[in-house]
Design a protein around this ligand. Sequence first.
Ligand code: SAM
Length: 279
Amino acid sequence: MTILENAPTGLAEEQKVAVRSVYQEVAAEYDERIPGSGPTDEGFTQAERDFVLSKVRAGQKVLDMGCGTGRFTVPMAEAGVQVTGLDISRAMLDVTEAKLSARGLSGDLYEGDMAHLPFEDNSFDVVTSMLALMHIPLEDREAVFAEVARVLRPGGRLVIGVKNGLFEQFFKGDRFAAVDITDVEAKQLLFTKTRGGKDLTAPWYSFTPQDLNALCAASGMTVTHLRGNSTISAWLADEVLQDNGVAGVVRALEKNLGDVPPFNHLGYHILVEAVKPRR
Ligand SMILES: C[S@@+](CC[C@H](N)C(=O)[O-])C[C@H]1O[C@@H](n2cnc3c(N)ncnc32)[C@H](O)[C@@H]1O
């Protein structure tokens, strides 16, 4: 029996079944599908990784929600973090498990839904979630942030990366993606060129900075860092970015301006840290 077979029916549950089934299907090829093939993808992925790794320390207990194939779970384990990964797709978790064991690392992996975390109150120092919250049905958003606040210890931190709905209000196409393309109008992630030859879709709802501030506030957390990832390159054409001189200047500016309003609000993705008050 899968974790969703006994779940209540309704649109939110249907959406989660759709999300799970897509990731079950693409798990074995997921790592080849990201990042995209644009001139800034490598720097973009590195910036995400730097952000997450700068927010965790060896020995901390960290929950990676929607951990997928362990793109962030595994480097955190390598950095000495006590990792727990949770994902709605068993096939994605199996890839993470294989990577951890190939490197002689350990981690606790759970198949589950982030709207109902199977953990006790105050269990984690940090909860991370990279590129996964966009799959949550809209009606589950508050429940997920409340669950995060519940399982974090007082003073614990939430660290997330999401696609920026504010950027998408200006730019409707997916700016860098190669094969997994966000269809902003249809609110779907479209998986093209899969090994099975089929195009697959999963529900997808990006977040604006205002959404994130409101969701954190509603769950009693406070945003302490909001960074725009690819805050300048997202707005420039590929031909412009292919010039090494321009790309170098853009990288240097992005490093410094990614944290500064209003540029941080205009990133292609937004990276956020929020804290649960100590009491
Ligand atoms: C785009 S992948 C990101 C994986 C990984 N965090 C990364 O950055 O590569 C999204 C992941 O979120 C998981 N996911 C989606 N909805 C979920 C939910 N409600 N609860 C737990 N995991 C979920 C999917 O199964 C998938 O593995």
